[in-house]
Each structure stands twice: as C-alpha cells, then as structure tokens.
Ligand binder design. Structure first.
Ligand code: VG1
Ligand code: CO
Length: 544
C-alpha cells in the first residue's frame, strides 16, 4: 500500500471539541486535511491487524466523499472489515448500537450534528471506542497532538468508487467492506426496550403524533419505527428525506429552529404529541398539544416513569446529568433513593458511569437524553420512551408534566444562547466573571444572595481523571443558579450560553412562563457579566 509523505499537512487550528472535529466543509476539503485527521485517529488508537470498524454519517454534504477516503485509508491501515451504513447513512445512536452489537474495535461517525450542512455549511468527524461511546478526553487530546506533527498517511491506491448503495460485501485490498442496513439493528434494539404493542394500541386509538426529521438522518429510522412497526399514518413523519443540505434548514430541534413542528403543535387541530431530532439523530425535542417539555424536565419525567417501560422496570442504578442541566432529575433520584451524578457537558463523561454500572439514565439540557442501552444520547429512544409512558398512562403530555411538578416541585429553567459573537468579547465576559468571584461571594443581588461562585471541575469517580474549566457557576442561597459556558461545538465565532434555574415548590406558581419567573435572575446575569456592553447584543439568538 502506498504511503504518502507530505511535507506540510494542514492541521486543525483548534482542539476537537466535546464531539470531535467540526469545521466548515471547505476546510475539510483542503488537500490532505481529512486524511490528516483520519490517520491521526488510526495512529492514536493503534487497532490490532484485521480489526473491524463501523463507519457512517448523517448524510450531510461531503459525507459520501469522506467515506470513500476513510475506507481506502482503513484498508491501507490494516483493518479487516468496515461495516458501512447503506448510502453512507448511520445515525449516531445507530452507530453506537452497531459497535456494541458486533463488538467492533470502534467506529467513525461523520456529522456536525445540529450545525447546518451543504457546501457552505459544516462537516464533522468523531471517533467512538469499543464501548460505543465518544472517545475519552485523553484519546481526543492524543489525536489532536498527533494531527499537529503528522508527516505521512496511508491510503489504498484505488481509483474506483466503492459501491455504497447496495447491501453486501466487497473487497478493498485485503479488507472487506460490508454495506449494511442502517436501520434494522437499531429498530430491533428499540423493540427490545419498549412496549411496542401498547404504543401500537395507543396510535390505533386516534392518538396523533408528528415527528419532524428535519431532513436529517432520522427520517428512515422514524419511518421504519413509527410507520412500519407501530402503524402510525405515513404523514406522522415529516421532512423524512435526508438531504445533503438538510433542505437549507438548521437541524437543531429547539423552539427556534424546529418552528415548522412547533407551529403544528401550537396550531388548530394540533396532534397529541410532537417530536423532532437533530442532524445525527441523538437529540430530541418533546412537545404536547400546545405544550413544550423542557429537556431537563423530560429526563426527570422519564426517570420517574421508568417502571412503566419494559426495558427499565427492574429499576434504575442511578441517574447522571450534565452540570448545566436542571436539578429536576436529582429530586427524582432522591425519591427513588438512587445516586445522581453531575458531570461536565458532553456525552463522553456519562460513558464511564454507565460502563461501571453506576447509572442507567443520563441527560443534558441541550435536548439530549439516553440510557445504558448504548453509549450515546438517543433521540428516537427518548421519543419512544415518552410514547410508552403515554400509552401506559393514557393522559396528555401536559397533564403528565403538571402532575410531575405537583409531586416534585418545578425547576423553572431556561437557556439563553448568544451565537456567533466575536471570540474576544466572549472571552472577556468569562474573564470578567472569574475576576469577580471574590466580590460576588456572599453578595446580595436584588432578591438573591450569592452562596458560591466557581468554575466547575469534575473528577471522574471511575478513573479519577480531572476536567477543569467546565463552566462558571453562581449559586444562590435559595437554590437558584446561573451558569455561564462557552460552547465547544460552534464553528463561527463564539457561542456563549447562559443557563438559568430557580426552584418553585408552590403549585399555584407553576403556570408561570419561565422567562417571567426567571426575569430577576436574567437581569442579574446580564449585569454581572456586562454581556450587553461587551458583545453589543441586546438579546439572545436562541431562548430555550
Ligand atoms: C452542545 C450541547 C452539549 C452537547 C453537545 C454535543 O455542546 O450544549 O450538551 O453534548 O452540543 O451534542 P456545546 O459545547 O455547544 O454547548 V451533539 O447533538 O452536537 O453531538
Ligand atoms: Co447531535
């Protein structure tokens, strides 16, 4: 196999974030750029000869070209077999499922998740290890270090394209390329966890659902599961065709970018249940008729109702949530008398806890929920969990949420994102907050008194690894909280996220709009960070 030695291989000018390397398509298309990163992965993971790899992506622009390159490099690097999703398609949760089911050495997932796609959009690449989860920080750091010093890469000298659209095996050098159905193994796993008969009965009883695949990867999965296996009418799944540019949309399932679905669920004659997923299928948004379920509440409600779901009725080992996620799940964990862990943002931190059997359910405020059935967050899994609960309880989404809050209290929650601000401005806001820790300590700000302020750091309870600088927290004496964090997944400027949370035990106040209930905390956040002055923005880009 030829070895290409190149004097200067362009390298990523930025550390891969929590979810691998994400860059503009034109950056990835620079000669040898993708090859650099792939060879750096292979050099770092040092797979034994004849190892098997899973490979697929969310179907975005450049997916197919990248797969051709990676297959040729896998062959030249001594892999024995690569399992590729037909058409190059694999959702992130399906890739995790395949790595685990077929006990492969690892997998490469091509996605920039919820970031826009197309020639002017983003592309991304991520390595997952044998447990099916994102590579741990020590591995991603090593890949990054390798990518800066790399001098050569190996690629098979094959001119022809590898057929990706027909199921079956073919040879690429000594390596076997197995093109597999991207949906069936995943759908089978879902059937083993949820009561499909009960959901089928619910749907045949006039309960109407709408799932928005946002022209991203979940379309084929949703059609197979909701329409073919659960008998929902075909129009229950909208925007089901994966498109390289996601139809020009922004496949991020939130109230801003999934407005088509939101309009349907808040319109006349709205269906009973609505849901959407993101570019690579690992996120979920849950809606009832004229009702939005915050992801933090969704995790808590899933935990509190897990006994109704066949795959979880034997009980939960524990729950984990990312630090900025609301403490609603903590209250359920306390009631169930099981541990609750608080981790940094990003799914990889949950993997160790799940592998050690410490937690069953995990969630993030960013529309990510999942369990130990795989090692990634899982959009359709969360939707099926809700449908299973709805089938068992036969109440509306809104009633289930209100009853939950009446029992556990309400963690009023919101996230304000300031997207695409200049990096300097974002850094100066974070620096200012750090400088103010001393003066903020114990300060009375309006109706709130500061109990503590710090920058969150985490010691992994399984392997002892330490992650610092995971977000500035300002905690108040009444349990309210403001968190400031810089996004690690954006590709344009910086994104500053402000997470706001207040606990409301009084049922009489539970109807209040979150922005109204959090108004006091919002103005404190803007004041202490000087965000408006430093960024020139007078409102967030996205409010969740
Ligand atoms: C965002 C979310 C985070 C999530 C990450 C990857 O990261 O906030 O909770 O784990 O995306 O999700 P950040 O650094 O931009 O806040 V995905 O669906 O893009 O794999
Ligand atoms: Co995603």
């Amino acid at each position: 196999m030829p070895v290409y030695t190149i004097a200067t291989i362009p390298f990523p000018d930025q550390k891969p974030g929590t979810s691998g390397l994400r860059k503009r398509v034109q950056v990835f298309r620079q000669p040898h750029y993708l090859e650099n990163f792939v060879q750096s992965i292979f050099d770092t993971i040092a797979a034994p000869p004849d190892a098997t790899l899973v490979l697929g992506g969310d179907g975005r622009y450049y997916n197919r070209e990248a797969i051709q390159v990676i297959l040729k490099m896998a062959s030249a690097n001594g892999f024995g077999r690569v399992l590729v999703g037909k058409g190059g398609i694999l959702s992130t949760p399906a890739a995790s499922c395949l790595i685990r089911k077929y006990r492969t050495f690892g997998g490469i997932i091509l996605s920039a998740s919820h970031n826009p796609g197309g020639p002017g959009g983003d592309f991304g690449i991520k390595y997952n290890t044998a447990n099916g989860g994102p590579a741990p920080e020590r591995t991603t750091e090593a890949i990054y270090a390798a990518s800066k010093t790399i001098m050569q890469y190996r690629i098979a000298d094959v001119a022809s394209e590898i057929e990706l659209d027909a199921l079956g095996d073919s040879k690429l050098g000594d390596m076997t390329v197995s093109v597999i159905d991207p949906v069936s193994d995943y759908a089978e796993l879902m059937e083993s966890l949820f009561d499909f008969a009960a959901i089928r009965a619910l749907l045949s009883n006039g309960f109407r659902i709408r799932f928005d695949a946002m022209h991203a990867v979940t379309g084929p999965y949703a059609r197979e599961i909701f329409v073919n296996r659960l008998g929902a009418p075909a129009d229950s799944v909208i925007n089901a065709e994966p498109l390289p540019d996601f139809g020009g949309g922004h496949p991020d399932p939130n109230l801003t970018y999934a407005h088509e679905l939101v309009d349907i669920l808040y319109g006349d004659n709205a269906p009973d249940f609505g849901a959407a997923s993101d570019g690579d299928g690992d996120r979920n948004m849950i809606l009832g008729r004229h009702f939005f379920v915050t992801p933090s509440d969704s995790l808590a409600i899933i935990a509190a109702n897990a006994h109704l779901v066949p795959g979880y009725k034997q009980g939960l080992a524990g729950i984990a949530r990312s630090m900025p996620t609301s403490a609603a799940a903590d209250r359920v964990a306390a009631a169930l008398n099981i541990p609750c862990y608080e981790t940094p943002t990003g799914w990889k931190f949950f993997g160790n806890l799940m592998d050690a059997g410490k937690v069953t359910l995990c969630g993030e405020e960013s529309f990510g929920t999942g369990s130990d059935h795989i090692r990634e967050k899982d959009g359709l899994w969360a939707v099926l969990f809700w449908l299973n609960i709805l089938a068992a309880r036969r109440q509306s989404v809104e009633t289930i949420v209100r009853e939950h809050r009446a029992r556990f209290g309400r963690n009023v929650y919101s996230r304000h994102d300031y997207e695409g601000i200049p990096g300097d401005a974002a850094n100066s806001v974070m620096k200012l907050l750090h400088e103010r820790f001393g003066e903020l300590q114990g300060a009375q700000l309006g109706n709130y008194k500061v109990l503590f302020c710090d920058d969150f750091s985490y010691t992994d309870p399984v392997d002892g690894s330490v992650s610092i600088g995971q977000g500035v927290r300002i905690g108040f004496t009444d349990g309210s909280r403001i968190v400031f964090r810089l996004s690690g997944t954006g590709t344009e400027g910086a994104t500053l996220r402000i997470y706001l949370e207040a606990f409301e035990p009084d049922v009489a106040q539970h109807h209040l709009d979150a922005q109204e209930a959090l108004a006091g905390l919002i103005s404190i956040a803007l004041e202490i960070s000087e965000l408006r002055q430093r960024t020139g923005r007078d409102r967030p880009t996205v409010i969740t």
